[in-house]
Structure formats: structure tokens, C-alpha cells
Design a binder for this molecule. Structure first.
Ligand code: ADP
Length: 401
């Protein structure tokens, strides 16, 4: 049976999912985590079977990729006969720069584009390329496809992607909005349209991907027309540890007042801010913050209030961008699983035709379904995301066309 292998090579982990090509059911999945650190671990799952876990000694991404094929074809634990059963490999690549609007068969040009974007995604693109190179070595005759996080946002018009800097900074240095989480926004838009029972081309959606990273996208007739993340995944709503939008003058104020340099500011804004920085409880996890709030920790409540208020503001902005919306979609760890966050985001929006049903908000939690009240003009949907499945869909489309 032909399969599609999806590989997501990150800074310290390689995740993989093998899908049956015919119906995109998962045959097996797994990850190698803590690569290059103490306690590197391989986790391997097959539906309905016991999870296999073992400690491995793996110094880099290439070695992690080498573990995958023997597992998938193992006489005991394997799910395919040989590597010939893999029709194609789809790779998640975070940044494709200006020129990528579609998934692409990997060749020298695509590899160069991934390299050209190293500086814009230093924590992702080098690792993504390492995963690709390792797969080319291990699976030399199998088509390799790159699916870019930025590609879905290639339809954003210049009025939305340009920053109001001198134009030459965009022309010469490519400083502009790119947007991220493309596979997720693409996947949940498609699923939402299926659920609503209308073609995507008839719908205006606001998709809220709220996980460790958070981004909101305005999707008009199946195309991204604006998104909250920007040149990097730091812009937009506050996140677990990232600050999201701030007044850029804060940076030179901190440089002058505290003598902070670029490296220190990078760490402050990307790793010490957001929910973690605001709440001051030592956790960026919404579950922990809700718990802290319930035990009287006021700062945790304030952090969650800032978070939900800022998401609400983006929803308001995108209602204006789209001229109204048919549905607002909640997805990813927080969006799918936190009734409180969804409730606070939707609070006070009845006049805009947005009203959540408290019971449905609880009972549908974690699953695909509608959570708006009877009087809501805008549908409110929870749609569990599946970035790997989206990469498999796009990979299959490319290799079968
Ligand atoms: P990633 O961006 O790493 O893929 P996820 O989409 O898995 O992240 O989201 C992770 C976040 O989801 C966690 O940090 C946590 O805040 C949040 N989360 C997960 N489950 C719940 C839950 N039941 N209630 C509230 N938040 C949750």
C-alpha cells in the first residue's frame, strides 16, 4: 500500500508521520526528541498498538532520520514492506520568502531558497534543510516535497504586507509581512468549509491558531488576505513566551536605558515575555495559568485578560478587513481545549453578531463542532488542526498531478 511520509525537522526534534496515500489515515508516527542533548528519546506509535519508546544516542538530525526507515520496515514493529512503499516525502519548511506560494518539488533551486531564508528563520530553516538532505541520502529515489509555512499567506496584498518603512527596505532586504502557521490555517479553513457545507470560495473566515505560538488569519474565499504574524513569528497577539505587537520604540528605550543589545532583546521578546512574562508564575501554559488564577493569583488573571483582549482586537480588525465574517475558527492547543479563553475572546461582541453558547463551549471542547448561541450571526467553530495531514494532502496533490 502506498504511503506519504511527513517529516518535521526542528531545532531539537524530528517528528514523522506516515499516512496511507489513499485515505490519509495514519499508519505510524513518531519523534526523536532532545537531539544532541542528554536523554535523547525515540517514540514510535501505531494506531491501536502499544507505543514504543527507547533512549537513543543521536547527535544530529541526520542520524535521527536514519532511524525512521528501519522502524517503518521492521519485521515486528514496521508498517510497510520496504521504502518503495513510500510514494513521496513531504517536509515542513517554515520560511519560503517572497517567491514561494505553493508546495514545491525539492531541487537545487528550492534548497537555495530555503538557505536564502536562514537569516529570517534561524531556528527553523537550517534544521528543515538538514532533514531534507538526510532524507535525500536515505531515500534517494523518492520524490521530496517542501511545504512552506509562509506559502498560504502569499496571497496577502501589498497594503497588508508592507510595513510603513522606506520602501527600499522591502525591495532590498525583503522586510515585509510573511505570516506563519500556513499549513494549520489552510487545513482548518478547508475543514470549516466542509463542516459548514459551502465551498471555500463562498466564505469569509477568521482562523485563530492559539498554541504555543499564536496567529490569527483573515481568510477570504479560501485565500489568506491578512495575518497577525509578520516578518517573523514574533508579531501579532501575545503568545506563551513571545510579546507579540509592542511599540518598537521600546527597543531603543531599553537599549539606551539598560544598555541591552540585540541578543538580549531577542531573548527578552521571544522567550521571556508573553503569558510567561506577564503572569510571573514561571509557566507559559494556559492550563497552569487558569489553575493559578483559580487559586487567587491576580497576575495570572491579568495575563489571560491581556491575551484574550488582544485576540479580540485582531478579530475586530479582521471583521473590518473582510467586511464581516461567516465563521470564527478556534484551533491548536489553547483554541481547541480552553473554554475559558474562547469565552473571554467572544465576550461583549453580541452587537457584532458574535455570541458564544456556554454549554456548547464546554461540551464541544476539544472536538470539531459549533459553539455559537442561537442568536449569533457568525458561526463559532472549534476545528482541531492537523498540520501533518495538510502537508500530506499537499504532497500527495503535487506528486499525483
Ligand atoms: P505548539 O504550538 O507547540 O504545536 P500546541 O498547539 O500543542 O502547541 O499548544 C500548546 C499549548 O496549548 C500549551 O502551552 C497550553 O497552553 C495549551 N493547552 C493545551 N491543552 C490545554 C487545555 N486543556 N486547556 C488550556 N490550554 C491548553
Amino acid at each position: 500500500m502506498k504511503t506519504i511520509l511527513v517529516v518535521n525537522a526542528g531545532s531539537s526534534s524530528v517528528k514523522f508521520t506516515l499516512f496511507f496515500a489513499a485515505d490519509l489515515h495514519v499508519a505510524a508516527s513518531g519523534l526523536v526528541e532532545r537531539i544532541g542533548l542528554e536523554g535523547t528519546r525515540l517514540v514510535y506509535r501505531r494506531p491501536g498498538q502499544e507505543t514504543i519508546q527507547r533512549l537513543v544516542s543521536i547527535p544530529d538530525i541526520g542520524n535521527a532520520v536514519e532511524l525512521i526507515l528501519p522502524l517503518l520496515t521492521d519485521s515486528q514493529a514496521g508498517v510497510i514492506g520496504s521504502k518503495e512503499d513510500i510514494r513521496a516525502i513531504g517536509h515542513r519548511v517554515v520560511h519560503g520568502g517572497e517567491y514561494i506560494s505553493q508546495p514545491a518539488m525539492i531541487d537545487d533551486r528550492i534548497k537555495q531558497i530555503i538557505r536564502d531564508c536562514f537569516d529570517m528563520a534561524p531556528l527553523h530553516n537550517p534544521q528543515n534543510l538538514e532533514g531534507i538532505l538526510a532524507c535525500e541520502t536515505g531515500f534517494p529515489d523518492i520524490p521530496q516535497v517542501a511545504v512552506f509555512d509562509t506559502a498560504f499567506h502569499a496571497t496577502i496584498p501589498s497594503k497588508a504586507y508592507l510595513y510603513a518603512l522606506p520602501l527600499r527596505f522591502c525591495e532590498e532586504m525583503k522586510i515585509r509581512k510573511y505570516g506563519f502557521h500556513g499549513a494549520s490555517h489552510r487545513y482548518v479553513s478547508r475543514k470549516a468549509a466542509e463542516w459548514i457545507g459551502k465551498p471555500e470560495t463562498d466564505l469569509r473566515l477568521i482562523t485563530c491558531h492559539l498554541g504555543n505560538g499564536c496567529s490569527i488569519t483573515a481568510v477570504s474565499r479560501g485565500q489568506s488576505v491578512d495575518t497577525s504574524m509578520g516578518f517573523t513569528p514574533l508579531e501579532g497577539v501575545p503568545m506563551g513566551t513571545r510579546c507579540g505587537d509592542i511599540d518598537p520604540a521600546i527597543l531603543f528605550y531599553l537599549m539606551r536605558q539598560r544598555g541591552m543589545n540585540a541578543e538580549q532583546l531577542d531573548i527578552l521578546l521571544n522567550r521571556e515575555s508573553g503569558l510567561l512574562g506577564l503572569a510571573g508564575t514561571g509557566s507559559s501554559d494556559v492550563r497552569d495559568l487558569v489553575q493559578s488564577m483559580l487559586t487567587g493569583h491576580h497576575q495570572a488573571e491579568t495575563a489571560l485578560r491581556v491575551f484574550t483582549y488582544r485576540i479580540k482586537k485582531y478579530i475586530g480588525a479582521y471583521l473590518a478587513t473582510l467586511g464581516g465574517a461567516d465563521a470564527i475558527v478556534f484551533t491548536a492547543g489553547i483554541g481547541e481545549n480552553s473554554p475559558l479563553i474562547r469565552e473571554w475572546i467572544c465576550e461583549g461582541l453580541t452587537e457584532l453578531g458574535i455570541s458564544i453558547d456556554p454549554q456548547l463551549n464546554q461540551s464541544v471542547n476539544g472536538n470539531l463542532g459549533e459553539i455559537q448561541s442561537a442568536e449569533s450571526r457568525v458561526l463559532l467553530l472549534i476545528v482541531p488542526t492537523n498540520e501533518e495531514a495538510e502537508i500530506a494532502i499537499q504532497t500527495r496533490e503535487l506528486v499525483t498531478n
